[in-house]
Design a protein around this ligand. Sequence first.
Ligand code: GLO
Ligand code: MG
Length: 344
Amino acid sequence: MSRFKFSVGPWNVHEGADSYGPATRSTISFEEKVKKFSELGFSAVQFHDDDAVPNMNDLSEEEIKEEARKVKTILDKYNMAAEFVAPRLWMDPHTIDGGFMSTSKEDREFAMWRAYRSIDIARELGCDKIVLWLAREGTLCAETKSPVWATKKLIEAIDKMLDYDATIKILIEPKPNEPIDRSICGTMGHVMGVSAATKDPSRVGGLLESAHAILAGLDPSHEIGFGLAMGKLWGVHLNDQNGIKFDQDKSFGVENLRQAFNQVKVLLENNYGANGEYVGLDVKAMRTTTDEDSYKHLENSLNMVYALEEKAARFDYEYQKKCVMSRDFEGLEMYVMELLMGLK
Ligand code: GLO
Ligand code: MG
């Protein structure tokens, strides 16, 4: 039905707690989530290092690998792949001031330890992608660290990961702010710059999240297009976002349908997925959602992608060409609106 393969993280089905209030839904076990993900049509799971190996700080390197192998058997049982592992460098007391660019040397070493262990876990899970969502990498107080020094620290950290494993790929997931005030790597353009400065740019690419592009004031479809043009869009987190405020991770397409359509369209036009890339859905249920609807936001997001794939398949490229030739952009815009409203 769909041209895409889909992926999702265990954190995308959660208990509903936010910074202002406690959980509103019950906890669902990892295995139950994986089973349900596969039933819903997903083919891969995304991991934080400690989603795969909880309490990993207390375990030896060998024990961590052993725990990861147990997770692999659960994935195999439901015929699910692992897409990537992301070191969670924002929860630990060692990452209060960031990880790779923390002002503490000891904390930077901790961040590298988690990055290496993430690579070990990825290998046990059978995947070759590490995602860096650089949550706390930047400044809360601008004068605490130089953005030049911080950028170089990030490049250094990535070079060490590339050295640690000869075929691992690093995907930076850019975000301009939140929880950090000013981030160091806020857009796909930054990601490409950092990639070019590493020792092996061919192994450093990006994962674009719709909401993060919107937070940067950019159109996600153009960020996706930029990554595709560079041959370095190796992952996406489709979701939606109502303007420039806290990160919302809304279901895909529910805020800006035209923008969602253009994301699907640019992915399809450029054969995204041809090298095994997944369409990830990084969406969150609303806090009001009940237990029985714990997966509804995921189903809705999948259905939005399917519906927009159909719209994209019906897009009249002849008419588009005609409008472009005659500079009838008003006509083309109205055609797109009518297509999306079901009038075409
Ligand atoms: C938060 C990010 C986060 C990442 C995840 C994987 O804003 O979108 O959900 O995608 O930690 O790196
Ligand atoms: Mg994300």
